[in-house]
Design a protein around this ligand. Sequence first.
Ligand code: NAD
Length: 421
Amino acid sequence: MTEKSEFDDSPMFRTALAQLDRVAAKLNLEADVHERLRLPRRALVVSIPVRMDDGNTQVFLGYRVHHSTVLGPTKGGLRYDKDVSLGEVTALAMLMSWKCALMGLPYGGAKGGVRVNPRQLSKRELEHLTRRYTAEIILLIGPDLDIPAPDLGTDEQTMAWMMDTYSMTQGKSVPGVVTGKPIIVGGSAGRREATGRGIVYALYQALRHLGLELKGRKVVVQGFGNVGSVAARLLWREGAVITGVSDVKGGIWNANGLDVRQLEAYIAESGGVSGFPGTVAVSNTDLLEQPCDVLIPAAVGGQIRGDNAERVKATVVVEGANGPTTPEGDSVLRDRGVTVIPDILANAGGVIVSYFEWVQGLQYYFWRESEITSRLQEVMTRAFNRVWALGQKEGTDLRTAALMEGISRVAEGYRVRGLYP
Ligand code: NAD
């Protein structure tokens, strides 16, 4: 077994590896296949010089990692965050491999990242950063090679710049090189809402199995970005009570619930959730410990840990973010009987509709939003129920069951394809 690697300095990578090793033992995975799954197929580190608005040049670090290509071209988001590292991106690429396999998508896992605080850059600087990053990783991406999508700190506009940069090098438009792009240039209806919507479908199934109703449930959402805001809005529309939300600057709380539509209008003017009338301020840490039925961490990794999981009041945790719970936090929640819907299941709506976008683009034939949402619901519901049934059969939590299914499918790909040369 590889003892130490470049990726080990990242807590998220160590967590991903610990999860893989635990499940590999449970699956009795052959040592050679297990060993191949522990490291990415390839990882590229690039420096990205950007001429800033003040005339100075600043150099940023960027990464693109392909974890596994055994089931098809790779798929995975692009993250702009000040804490991005090679280890974190590699861990996220590994999670993408399990997630795509669990959902039955013909993809391997990838991820990209740039170490930057995107809120400190102007729009022009962000465009230059994105275009230069795309040029630096161009050998690794393409519609049948590796297809990036938005993630933390990136959005539709980022994808439009990536698609345009790639297309310029090909002398033609290549919409299939990214997903999550604006509809006008080949994006899919329902992609922006897909991850949040998938969370609602997964939660709905979990509550059904637990004999609980969604209506009237108190819900807390950490991170009010693409994933968190859509989940909050849809749950609120379904009659859930959204008692607390947050963004990077902090959280807000009202025990009687927030009007999510008014909150969104407030954010559009003020730029953040803080100061929304009728709420009290809470920190991001305290928000996780507020009384509620459902907690949705939808921001960054490592939020629910051994030192605070005891104080989480929710009976269901839905992991909108990737890796929001550490193994220590996970084991505390498990011992306390909290149902955790793991990231690779809960937040898969994004990659499912990305797959729909890619397929529509390749065929130049686009579906109605109602078709997208009903197919998304079908894929999410089937996956959730398979994972639930496996968990019951094996006597395991949902994370272990989801990883067992995802990892065993990727392993089977390695088995049947064999080892080149
Ligand atoms: P986003 O940038 O749109 O929103 C992130 C939100 O979290 C914002 O409200 C931001 O202010 C807040 N935030 C950022 N750093 C924070 C911190 N340190 N503490 C607390 N809050 C912080 O990003 P997103 O696309 O909504 O992604 C959120 C999470 O969901 C990420 O972990 C991402 O990997 C995961 N995810 C996203 C998608 C997708 O389709 N966008 C799919 C699957 C998983």
